[in-house]
Design a binder for this molecule. Sequence first.
Ligand code: SF4
Length: 404
Amino acid sequence: MSKRRNKLDPAVARAPATQPTKGPPETNRLDRIRDALLAHFDVHQRAMPWRQTRDPYAIWVSEVMLQQTRVETVIPYYLRFLSRFESVRALAEADEADVLALWSGLGYYRRARMLHQGAQHVLKEHRGELPKDPDALLAIPGVGRYTAGAIASIAFDLREPVLDGNVERVLTRLDAIHGDPQEKDTRNTLWSIARSFSDHSRAGTINQALMELGATLCTPTSPQCLLCPARTDCRANAIGEPSRFPEKAPKKAPRVERWTALVLHDRDAKVWLGPPPANLDRWKGMLVPLLLREGEAETPSVAGVLRASRPIGSVTHVLTHARMEISVRIAALSEPPDALEGAFVAADALDSLAIPKVTRVILAAAAQRSSSPDKTASASARKNASSRARKGRATKGSTTSKRT
Ligand code: SF4
């Protein structure tokens, strides 16, 4: 087979139960499941803006945004993003700061940076048109096997598979596949089964139907097998243990990081924001309050501000592999500390800037908990910051937020 096929379809360690080469009964089973999925999806699919288009750029944007993020969260971001960057060229020629500003609050900012770089690659190598060839799709920065399969099948009708968390769960249950899906042999088996599903004239719809089933009925802890169109052919359902699959290895406990956030106000109640410290690469290109990691030395000027500040509480920010315990302090300053890159920013400018969710959470905590406010911080400014930061779900006492 071609180079493309080899890249997207590695050798499998063991034959999947749905592989059509096993003979007529398995072929019939695969056809039955696909027919049932298609019939169900045609009637019950949820309305989503990216399902109204075959534009490969729009599908690319949606697939990147949907990685590790819920559909309801993505929809307004997707609409704003496409309205601002209506084409590959518009995105490629934008400043990274503008791209990150539109992504602010969606988290996993590396996705935005890679999408931006990917658009620049498509503009340079393909004159702004996403290529049909899956190998060429895979060569785009940030485009992995899943995204390439989604674009190829949904936008270009190619018989290419997808395997995300939802599809992985559905496939392991349909065939009652043992083993951790992150292990190479199991993963290869799943890709092979996914390919057998996508070998169909409606590959893009089949792929979406598998994803939809995993998102709606075949959920991690409460699969609704009685409502499932594939229940009569599902082996996990037949043995009465659907939730046993996939057999994932237990997650490692996230490491705990301790930080101090210094919220600095000037006389006009503007708040100081600057680039994150070098050890917070995940927020590169975005703006945060002054953040100091426990145990790391600060400059003499920052140490002076730290001494003059007062504690007002703490917030917890949960990331994929870490939990940030952040103690929040505030201080009033007429000028920023020496040698610090950054600027005082008015509360009503926050929405136009590239700021991660953690910034909103910290500012909300500072605004809500400064019970004896600094003279420089006006009541209206505090109200403004509090309302803007409500997205961070700040509450009295300790605050917890998830993702960036
Ligand atoms: S029958 Fe149950 S476990 Fe099997 S695919 Fe459907 S929802 Fe998932």
